[in-house]
Design a protein around this ligand. Structure first.
Ligand code: GLU
Length: 328
């Protein structure tokens, strides 16, 4: 018997928050569809947020392409950069003062460690009897920052176990201070960390349920800890299995691996993309050749989702998706 997945009572405010670093691929489409379906099923509101924090990796032209790809797929949002809404702006590069304000409310310390120094310090700890573990060795906690170098701001998570829950993958526990140590919330070049911005934005945008790929499961306790330290109530989380390439490799946005644009150019119908994903993730019967995003909302049942990722062969996936297009 399937266990019902405990989602908060609706209507839920959900969101999809892509980073404009490359064309959306099949894995992004899957996460977007699940987030869209979870909020629509609850009779809630769906928000689109652009996570362009890193100016070196984000490309403004990609934002338009991503919005177009999502619309092509049949996903509609009630609030977002192009349609506005009561919690605007929906673009992270326009929300920097909010992150600065949040950072100022946390107890952080300046850190001028270089990557090389961190690696060397960790290698030294790893050789010691109780060493290893923490990814930031705490060097700048015990020394004044180097005056000639730009400083990052680091935050030391609380001691003890931090618990979080994913509605699909279950309880998460992390001893953050021991396992990750002090985390950078603003880099030395001034760029705010994703994990600070995501917590601030989800709270300020009133997001009740975060639906996203399983790759962010591990970071979730830390996001919960940051939210609590800021006096915010963290949202509920539902992580979904990933769509991976051969041998479990990531479908990279930047490499254009199985992008929606490529599928479109190959003549795929959006309903074929949705049906392919829904079928391979076990949400609809095997003979479902086409499925609209609207019908995906009705088919979406988190208790039927697998825990294992979907591993695909890109060339075969394109073939299979395009072949479905000829159906009435
Ligand atoms: N911007 C992140 C990404 O594109 C997603 C963040 C989230 O859903 O929490 O991977």
């Amino acid at each position: 018997m399937r266990r019902p997945v405990p989602l908060p009572p609706g209507p839920l405010r959900g969101r999809f928050a892509p980073s404009p670093t490359g064309a959306l691929h099949l894995g992004n489409a899957w996460a977007a569809l699940c987030a869209f379906a979870a909020s629509r099923r609850s009779g809630g509101t769906f928000v689109l947020r652009v996570e362009d924090l890193d100016p070196r990796r984000s490309k403004p032209a990609i934002v338009q392409q991503q919005l177009e790809d999502l619309r092509w797929l049949g996903i509609a949002w009630d609030e977002g950069p192009d349609v506005g809404g009561p919690r605007a702006p929906y673009v992270q590069s326009q929300r920097l003062e909010r992150y600065a304000d949040a950072l100022g409310r946390l107890e952080t310390f300046p850190c001028t460690c270089t990557r090389k120094e961190i690696r060397a310090a960790l290698a030294e700890i790893a050789g010691a009897p109780h060493g290893g573990g923490a990814r930031y060795p705490g060097t700048c906690l015990h020394r004044p920052p180097a005056p000639d170098r730009p400083a990052a701001r680091r935050w030391l998570p609380p001691d003890g176990v931090v618990e979080a829950t994913c509605a699909h993958y279950g309880p998460l526990r992390a001893q953050l201070r021991r396992e990750v140590g002090a985390v950078a919330l603003r880099r030395s070049d001034g760029v705010f960390a994703y994990r600070l911005a995501v917590v601030v934005d989800d709270a300020e945008m009133g997001i009740d349920l975060v639906v996203r790929g399983r790759d962010l499961l591990e970071d979730t306790p830390l996001q919960v800890a940051i939210a609590r330290a800021l006096g915010l109530v963290p949202p509920a989380y539902l992580h979904v299995p990933l769509v991976l390439g051969p041998e479990g490799t990531k479908l990279s946005k930047r490499a254009g691996g199985l992008s929606l644009a490529r599928l479109r150019a190959a003549g795929a119908r959006p309903e074929a993309v949705v049906a392919y994903l829904a079928e391979h993730m076990g949400l609809v019967p095997r003979d479902t050749r086409l499925l609209s995003a609207r019908a995906f909302v009705d088919a979406f049942d988190p208790s039927r989702l697998p825990h294992a990722d979907l591993v695909i062969d890109p060339a075969r996936a394109i073939e299979e998706i395009v072949a479905r297009g000829s159906s009435p």
